[in-house]
Design a protein. Structure first.
Length: 640
């Protein structure tokens, strides 16, 4: 959701901000804007709608120069999408500008207090309240000296003693931000600039990511490293309650809770090229086609055929501790929740550990009993999903170990978990997750083998699965070669109004995922069910205009799934079947067949997912939808 970009240095800020905002488009947004510092004012440019159709045109007709600026892509929470509700937002004097991700939960209380004190608001946003709150705190400090605490951590060269007034104003701005944030209830990632401190930017975070990019005599601020990877590979991830005061050659860090903060410089593990679309029409298509390589990356160095197991370096639990797990709770949201369901089947079958899958947002707010030897596992591509992060913190608060499977190195969940596993899928730009989902399934399969070998999983069975996993990248490539056939099917069904996706056993969660993908990017109503559940009510909706996608590989549930399929056929519902290559029976009862390579039952989810991604993609393209930026959706959901 929402995106932040900031620049301070020797270059013109406007082109850097605009480029960064374009790189943040994939996160989802409805408006965009920038604020550029001038000698005596702040110049604001912002517009509702797409960047190229609004903000970029505005900057062409009304350019603005300056070497300090902040920018934002907004995804509406408080107030409808509009120019006035776009960020940046100003304080009451117009001398302080703020961009903000997150939600200020007590904004109405603060707003009413500020109104009683004479403040006038021009937008419906909680962010404008935050800007006025900072401005009010700044005004109260104008007669007082304000400096950084002596305990603040510093990175970069010390400045020479030059303009004392600017130093005082910089200190006041930082102190004003700190004072204001101590009154705030909610989440924030923010960047602040002020006319009175022309060489300073202040940023802070609580629950919403902020990253500082380190350059040569310049610094960048962003909520997503994709926005700055073209400029620097050295970054600092802020922790909750960190407040950073940034100048061109240095930055100081403090923490609202401790007044001290640790500065740890990390290197980004991906390149500018990794985050570009290249020759592909959409990021989503590029990422679907990358899946043979991303699965290979997830497997690399982790398959131990000699010991008949999978190995991981970051779980931070001994064999005895892993063997002592009595119950595993997997918490996730959205696509990751579907992966968690597959993980439940895998771990229960191969490791014989009871598993419960929870929506992360439900786990946080109900008093779920947690026995002594219960471990929480959270799944998140971004590592910043607010609900999932809250679940992790809740488990840790209650004294339980929390593990994570994430994609983004250095993300908040990666840093706060007790241990975990990286997917190594590379940056995923398309809003609808594809390669990260399949990478998560790959990691879960290896984790199930790892846990199983610590218990009662026979070496022969483990080796069978390991060899089958090793073959998956080639099998996905084989599936991708059916792209033209799947594209033709998509064109045939692109104007359907409703879809059912049905599966049983290991493919049931993939039916849910296939329905979600179609909903997300094509806006067609789609429902995923267990095939056996249809006869308990939903079959009433089947008619000649309602296609059903049946996942019916030759597995232990094959005969029962075929019986379920016959009920749909009897009611003249069109059927698209995903079936094992060589299955002659399915061709007699299905209207269309997509062939899956023969595989182990527990690994069919890895294969069945890919054609459903392509099917959803081509239907969306056929319908003229914006595949990479579907309406109302955000890539990383950082509010609860």
């Amino acid at each position: 959701m929402c995106g932040i970009i900031g620049y301070i240095g020797k270059k013109a800020a406007s082109p850097i901000l605009l480029e960064g905002l374009r790189r943040l488009e994939y996160r989802g947004y409805d408006s965009a804007g920038v604020a550029i510092a001038q000698p005596q004012s702040l110049e604001i440019r912002k517009r509702k709608g797409k960047i190229d159709e609004g903000l970029a045109r505005l900057l062409q007709t009304s350019p603005v120069q300056g070497q300090l600026g902040i920018g934002h892509t907004r995804w509406a929470t408080h107030g409808v999408p509009s120019d006035k509700n776009s960020h940046p937002q100003l304080d009451g004097t117009g001398r302080i500008a703020v961009v903000h991700n997150g939600v200020i939960e007590n904004y109405d209380f603060l707003k009413q207090r500020l109104i009683r004190n004479g403040h006038v608001f021009t937008s419906d946003t909680d962010t404008e309240v935050l800007a006025h709150l900072i401005g009010d705190a700044y005004a109260k400090l104008t007669e007082q000296p304000a400096t950084l605490p002596k305990s603040a951590a510093r990175h970069g060269k010390s400045r020479s003693q030059t303009a004392n007034a600017n130093d005082d104003n910089q200190g006041r701005l930082t102190q004003a931000v700190c004072n204001a944030l101590r009154e705030v209830i909610g989440t924030y990632g923010l960047a602040v600039i002020c006319v009175d401190a022309p060489d300073t930017m202040v940023c802070a975070r609580r629950g919403s990511p902020i990253i500082i990019g380190i350059g040569d005599g310049e610094h960048f601020v962003t909520s997503d490293a994709n926005a700055i990877v073209a400029h620097t590979k050295k970054v600092v991830y802020l922790n909750d309650y960190d407040v950073a005061t940034i100048r061109p050659g240095q930055f100081d860090m403090q923490n609202l809770g401790t007044d001290t903060a640790n500065v740890q410089i990390s290197n980004l593990e991906f390149s500018q090229e990794d985050a570009q679309r290249g020759r592909h029409a959409h990021f989503m298509l590029k990422e679907i086609l990358e899946q043979p390589q991303t699965v290979q990356n997830a497997l690399r160095g982790r398959l131990d055929f000699e010991a008949a197991t999978a190995k991981f370096g970051g779980l931070n639990m001994s064999a005895a501790e892993l063997r002592g797990i009595d119950r595993l709770i997997i918490a996730a949201s959205g696509t990751s929740w579907h992966a968690a369901l597959v993980g439940e089947y895998l771990i229960e079958e191969l490791a014989q550990i009871p598993v419960e899958v929870e929506f992360a947002h439900e786990f946080c707010y109900r008093n779920c009993p947690l026995e002594k030897n219960t471990v929480l596992l959270v799944l998140s591509q971004s590592g910043e999903t607010a609900d999932t992060l809250a679940a992790l913190r809740e488990a840790k608060r209650r004294g339980h170990r929390a593990l994570a499977i994430v994609n983004v190195v250095g993300s908040t969940i990666a840093r706060e978990s007790d241990g975990g596993i990286y997917m190594h899928a590379g940056p995923e730009i398309g809003v609808a997750s594809t390669k990260a989902f399949v990478s998560t399934l790959t990691v879960l399969a290896m984790l199930a083998i790892h846990l199983g070998r610590l218990r009662n999983l026979p070496a022969k069975r483990a080796l069978e699965i390991l060899h089958a996993l090793q073959a998956i990248p080639g099998q996905i490539q084989e599936l991708l070669s059916q792209g033209r056939h799947i594209k033709q099917l998509a064109a045939h069904y692109a104007h359907a109004k409703d879809f059912f996706f049905l599966g049983r056993g290991y493919t049931f969660p993939i039916a849910l995922e296939g329905a979600l993908k179609l909903k997300e990017i094509s806006y067609i109503h789609a429902e995923g069910y267990s095939a056996a559940e249809m006869k308990h009510g939903p079959i009433a909706l089947i008619d000649e205009q309602t296609p059903t996608v049946f996942l019916v590989p030759q597995d232990s549930m094959y005969d029962k799934t075929m019986a379920n399929l016959a009920m749909i056929r009897a009611r003249k519902g069109p059927i698209i079947a995903l079936a094992t290559k060589g299955d002659k029976a399915i061709k007699k009862v299905a209207d269309h067949v997509i062939e899956l390579p023969p595989a182990l039952e527990c690994l069919y989810p890895l294969l069945a997912t890919v054609p459903l991604q392509l099917f959803a993609y081509h239907i969306a393209v056929n319908r003229g939808c914006d595949v990479d930026k579907p309406r109302n959706l955000a890539k990383s959901v950082t509010v609860q």
